[in-house]
Design a protein around this ligand. Structure first.
Ligand SMILES: Cc1ncc(COP(=O)(O)O)c(C=O)c1O
Length: 400
């Protein structure tokens, strides 16, 4: 018996726990470049990009080939042995960043857990046992219990109290608040270079240099959560390059391996304090995931994908801001590279998202009045124009 579209969605409701957000009524079965298709054969332009994961587009041949080859060679062995893809990937990331040592996890949240362990151990070794990490309000650091505690948004915390201790939250972009919150118990500051999930909040130019100076003066580690901003998303390889500073630790995940499960923690030599057994995962950094990440990141570097994201992102941002004049409902656009948001003066994001989906454009709504764009970094101006045409038509129609 042929299973229909509605059956997959009904079966999902029957057999799966409901996921955090609400799913859109689409069953996606195939992807290529910036496009995906549903089980009815309908085509969509994907400007969600797997939540900033599909940086090289869907099923990029370079990653697919690396996966095929690695899957036929060695998928997994335990981390009790050396493997070549893991070392190759570590070297690639280290040699192309300001960091010195790598550790691989399976997700962004786990990479952040590792970063907090680095901070706490550093506190024990160098700051008289200081253990508190200062993070920002409106931040997002993942959904393990400690990362829920680190995340500065009560909606993720309330159902799960009591939360692990050791996190203090301050307003983002407010150096005075950060200074005031620092105590003898503080060992690190953990921030996103640009807050993604929290609303695509862009920091002032002087904020991060001031944070860096404060951390240096106080002997605190500066951890940047680059799970979303890392690897070309903001128009430079690393989000920290937008800030004009060097962090002590960064965490990565989303765009690393074209959708294969992996995360990473990179640290300066001076704070790479984890010893064998301090932090580990059964699957973390296995040969298959590392081969996919190595192929993905090498392709990004060889083809200046961050440069393309910068050029196309600037073009997209300008065109989005151009919408303000003809469409009073548009408040404005913001962001870096291909991590952008469009804000409305009314709570119409859901209506816009659904109408765009019906016309073949997939979007991510993060607030009742905010749409976030995270298309593949290989998107061209022509792809952006196609998305804009749908968005304009939808906004014009509702104005009528
Ligand atoms: C900045 C940031 N940190 C951490 C995470 C969590 O990553 P993961 O979902 O891979 O655990 C996310 C996910 O959206 C994120 O945007």
């Amino acid at each position: 018996m042929r299973v229909t579209e509605t059956d997959w969605q009904r079966l999902c409701q029957q057999y799966m726990m409901p996921m955090a957000g609400s799913r859109l009524p689409l069953t996606l079965v195939r992807g290529e470049g910036c496009l995906v298709w549903d089980d009815q054969g309908r085509e969509y332009l994907d400007f969600v990009g797997g939540w900033a994961v599909n940086s090289l587009g869907h099923c990029p041949p370079v990653t697919v080939n690396a996966l095929r080859e690695q899957a036929a060679t060695l998928i997994h062995v335990s981390n009790q042995f050396y493997t070549i893809p893991q070392v190759q990937l570590a070297r690639l990331l280290v040699e192309n960043s300001c960091l010195d040592k790598a550790f691989f996890s399976n997700s962004g949240a786990e990479a952040n857990e590792g970063a907090v362990k680095v901070a706490r151990k550093y506190g024990k070794l160098h700051r008289n046992g200081a253990y508190e990490v200062i993070t920002a309000l409106s931040s997002f650091h993942g959904r393990t219990l400690a990362m829920v505690a680190a995340t500065g948004q009560p909606k993720y915390q309330v159902p799960f109290t009591p939360l692990p201790e050791g996190f203090t939250h301050v307003p983002y972009n407010d150096i005075a608040a950060l200074k005031k919150a620092t105590t003898d118990n503080t060992c690190a500051v953990m921030l996103e270079p640009l807050q993604g999930e929290g609303g695509v909040n862009v920091p002032d130019l002087d904020y991060f240099p001031a944070v860096r100076r404060w951390c240096d003066e106080q002997g605190l580690l500066l951890i940047l959560d680059e799970v979303q901003t890392g690897l070309g998303r903001t128009g430079t390889l690393w989000g920290y390059q937008q800030l004009g500073i060097e962090p002590d630790v960064i965490t990565l995940a989303k765009g690393m391996a074209s959708g294969v499960v992996i995360g990473a923690l990179l640290a300066k030599e001076s704070c790479a304090v984890l010893s064998p057994g301090d932090h580990a995962h059964t699957f973390g950094g296995n040969p298959l995931a590392c081969a996919a990440a190595y192929a993905t990141v090498s392709h990004m570097l060889e083809n200046d994908i961050p440069g393309q994201a910068c050029r196309v992102g600037d073009y997209f941002l300008d065109r989005l801001n151009d919408l303000r004049d003809p469409l009073p409902v548009v408040a404005g656009a913001r962001g870096w590279g291909l991590l952008l948001a469009l804000e409305f003066n009314e709570d119409i994001a859901e209506e816009v998202q659904v109408a765009c989906m019906q016309r073949g454009l997939l979007l991510n709504r993060i607030r009742p009045n905010l749409i976030r764009f995270m298309p593949p970094l290989i998107a061209t101006e022509a792809v952006v124009d196609r998305a804009l045409a749908v968005l304009k038509a939808v906004l014009a129609e509702r104005g009528r």
